[in-house]
Design a protein. Structure first.
Ligand SMILES: Nc1ncnc2c1ncn2[C@@H]1O[C@H](COP(=O)(O)OP(=O)(O)OP(=O)(O)O)[C@@H](O)[C@H]1O
Ligand SMILES: [Mg+2]
Length: 424
């Protein structure tokens, strides 16, 4: 088998998202686990042992098993990434990323005789500092020494992975996950000083969904993260025009009445007269500046934090269309028209559906952005990738296949393989 054939057989991809870690060898779809870890601290090691807990940290689906049970054990559930970033000195969080990464390799390690380690591409936020690259290399070096699982690793920015999986060279990738939204103009490679990163994502839609549950009289559910998430994904809608959608919904409560049910349970939430509120959940993703949200911020819902981009302050509530304009305006005049010609949306926070019969008031993410840009007299082509949650991971696999074996890691370009036998 030639080295290229080998690389094709053992390509592996990783997408470190704020809420989900997507990983796995070349396939149709990645494995997905929540990006979190549970630290268990027993009064005595014996108690842990009796319950068959051999590790101090649990990751993956087992976390749920230990969340509520066993009273004598102190538990710390930690989500290691904030807006795609882990602090340099945050030891617990780095430990969890190590455990998650190792979990993936343990689960997928081939038993084939020819296996000498994967060619791994990891995807990180486009604004990741160098130390995150170093730590991800260190984690893989350590796992390779333990499992022999990694022959070479490289790291790419998440938006570039999307562009690669869509096979486009010049475009704007808007990646919106749970914790952050990155607007990245790309021309072969991300144009770093044009990136606009916003501290907001699906989490903000969760926050308003939780307030709405409170308004509906379900205070207890409003505090249950998982429940809020399901409610949000099920009832949330992106309005074509928020004021008009609300007017229509209030004027025709029978048509718009929304009942949320969880299959397999008796839980049922009837939004009744307040069904119009479902439009708030989608709108906040695109325009958290709308005056409708002011009262929610006043009563304590967190306002998305501002970010500093190239020395300039970007408001955390900047409408998405304007964030795209801001990013494109930082590129050369010649490039701008071709960037607006190809705007690609990816990430779970863009996966909103339009229920049948509501097409007059609800739209998908691509249409919403197109409308926002049109209001600023910009004609743009906007499209949503076919698999918003997995497109970063798909791009990492394509990249693992494409980078030649003898191309070594270069810190200046941030390209190439970081290799066993050369770097570790
Ligand atoms: N059908 C849906 N409608 C609305 N939101 C959805 C849908 N499916 C997933 N989401 C939301 O998408 C978010 C997760 O998306 P994704 O997996 O892209 O994030 P991530 O990669 O973990 O985070 P990040 O990229 O910010 O680091 C969650 O907020 C989730 O509720
Ligand atoms: Mg992501």
């Amino acid at each position: 088998m030639s080295i290229d054939e080998y690389r094709r057989k053992y390509a592996y991809g990783e997408d470190y998202g704020t809420s989900y870690y997507k990983y796995g060898p070349i396939a149709e779809k990645p494995y997905v686990i929540e990006n979190r870890g549970l630290f268990l601290r027993g009064e005595s090691k014996l108690v842990l042992k009796i319950f068959g807990i051999s590790r101090e940290i649990v990751v993956g689906p087992d976390v749920v098993k230990y969340l509520g049970s066993l009273e004598d054990i102190a538990r710390y559930l930690i989500y290691p990434m904030k807006d795609g970033i882990v602090d340099r000195d945050d030891k617990m969080s780095w430990r969890i990323l190590y455990e998650l990464t190792k979990y993936g390799f343990e689960q997928t390690l081939p038993e084939t005789r020819d296996f000498e380690g994967f060619y791994v591409t990891a995807a990180l936020s486009a604004i990741s500092p160098d130390y995150m690259y170093e730590r991800i290399f260190d984690i893989h070096t350590r796992i390779d020494s333990e499992l022999g699982a990694i022959k070479a690793i490289t790291i790419i920015p998440q938006p570039l992975a999307v562009a690669i999986s869509e096979k486009v060279v010049t475009c704007v990738v808007v990646e919106s996950g749970h914790g952050n939204t990155q607007v990245t103009p790309i021309s072969m490679y991300p144009i770093r000083n044009a990136i606009v990163a916003l501290n907001r994502g699906g989490a903000e839609a969760d926050a308003i969904a939780s307030e709405i549950l409170r308004d509906l009289g379900h205070e207890d559910r409003a505090r249950e993260e998982k429940f809020v998430r399901m409610f949000k994904e099920s009832v949330g809608l992106i309005p074509r025009d928020i004021d008009e959608a609300i007017k229509k919904a209030k004027g025709d409560p029978r048509r718009f009445r929304t009942i949320f049910r969880i299959p397999g349970t008796r839980i049922e939430i009837d939004m009744g007269e307040k069904s119009w509120m479902r439009f708030l959940i989608g709108e906040i993703v695109f325009n958290p500046e709308h005056e409708l949200f002011e009262s929610y911020y006043k009563r304590g819902m967190p306002r998305p934090r501002d970010t500093i981009v190239g020395g300039e302050r970007i408001s955390g509530t900047l409408p998405l269309g304007e964030a795209i304009e801001a990013a494109v305006s930082r590129t050369s005049i010649e490039l701008q028209p071709s960037l607006f010609r190809k705007i690609i949306l990816s990430g779970g926070n863009f996966a909103w559906r339009v229920p049948r019969g509501l097409e007059d008031v609800a739209v998908n993410s691509a249409e919403k952005i197109r409308i926002q840009l049109e209001q600023h007299e910009i004609e743009a082509n906007v499209e949503l990738v076919s698999d918003p949650i997995f497109s970063v991971w798909k791009g990492t696999i394509v990249y693992s296949l494409a980078v030649p074996d003898n191309y070594l890691w270069d810190w200046k370009k941030r390209e190439g393989w970081y290799k066993r036998g050369v770097h570790f």
